[in-house]
Design a protein around this ligand. Structure first.
Ligand code: ATR
Length: 294
């Protein structure tokens, strides 16, 4: 008989709550990061129904769980049940990371940190640039807050439902001095100099995987970088078109890894340097592509 020592009374417990949770990459990601950094911890996926969310958060505290990731559909509703919320997360209006503090959890949003690191490590500069955000859902919030924080020159929010684009404009307009324009996809060619383009809609995924929200590829004539939040398929039609027009094309996998690294850093009060983060990302990318034939 083999005696297994990898989990003992001192092992710290972390996890992820969401629904569904079965396809989450986070357990592999975080377990690897704990191991690589010699931290005695486990990371477990928990499927939590909406009506069980409050119970789940309170019980996690009782069980001395040190930190949780929060994913769909709980990123907004979980804020009701936590003790403190970090300022940027408050601005975005969603949290995806909980860290145990004195008598409750503190919430953070590492989606925006992941996006920031994605830009940094791909050497994409958005300060003083014309930034275009396609879509106006949860991920668009992070892109908009980041563009405002980084002092883009102007921001265009393009969305099918214009009211949702206006909601994002409202979210950032007090913190952003440049112009913020809202428009629908029919008028997208009116944007003459879309230097940095974030694609945050679900178009290009699943049944729509031959589609791009940008129908005319001349749109990318003056574009420097196109960033898609999607990573299945590995290269969306949007990214294929951007690449054809000689733009840098970055898919959502970088963001997935870097948001996880940012959560890991918050939980463990440490910083993973850029070189190491890139090395981790490349290893995860090789693994993921191998498993998914991407
Ligand atoms: P997430 O949290 O991942 O950003 P979301 O909040 O559901 O996801 O947002 C999805 C975005 O994709 C929305 O901006 C949505 O547009 P609407 O605000 O008009 O609903 C956009 N979207 C989804 N399907 C689309 C389609 N077929 N064409 C254009 N936009 C679409």
């Amino acid at each position: 008989m083999n005696i297994i020592e990898s989990i003992n009374g001192k092992t710290k417990v972390f996890g992820i709550i969401g629904n569904p949770i079965e396809h989450s990459f986070s357990p592999v990601l975080q377990t690897t990061l704990f191991k690589e950094n010699n931290i005695d911890a486990v990371y477990v996926p928990f499927r939590v129904e909406n009506e069980e969310l409050e119970n789940a958060v309170l019980s996690s505290l009782s069980l001395n769980i040190q930190g949780l990731n929060v994913t769909v559909p709980h990123k907004i509703s979980v804020m009701k049940y936590i003790k403190e919320i970090d300022e940027t997360a408050k601005k975005i209006g969603a949290v995806n990371t909980l860290k145990k503090i004195e008598d409750g959890f503190k919430g953070f949003n590492t989606d925006i940190l992941g996006l920031e690191k994605t830009l940094l490590l791909n050497q994409i500069e958005i300060t003083e640039k014309t930034v275009v955000i396609l879509g106006a859902g949860g991920a668009a919030n992070s892109a908009a807050v980041l563009a405002a924080e980084k002092k883009a020159k102007e921001i265009y929010i393009v969305n099918r439902t214009i009211d949702n684009a206006k909601r994002i404009k409202k979210l950032i307009k007090n913190d952003f001095k440049g112009d913020i324009h809202t428009l629908d996809f029919e008028n997208i060619m009116d944007i003459k100099n879309p230097q940095i383009v974030f694609q945050t809609t679900s178009v290009g995924m699943g049944e729509n995987n031959k589609e791009s929200p940008v129908k005319n590829i001349d749109f990318f004539k003056n574009t420097e970088a196109a960033i898609d939040i999607i990573y299945t398929p590995w290269e969306t039609q949007f990214l294929k078109d951007a690449r054809k027009m000689n733009c840098m094309a970055v898919n959502g996998f970088d963001m997935l890894i870097y948001q996880g690294i940012a959560s890991f850093e918050i939980w463990n009060d440490l910083t993973i340097n850029n070189e190491k983060a890139l090395e981790f990302k490349n290893s995860f990318e090789d693994y993921y592509k191998g498993k998914n034939n991407a």
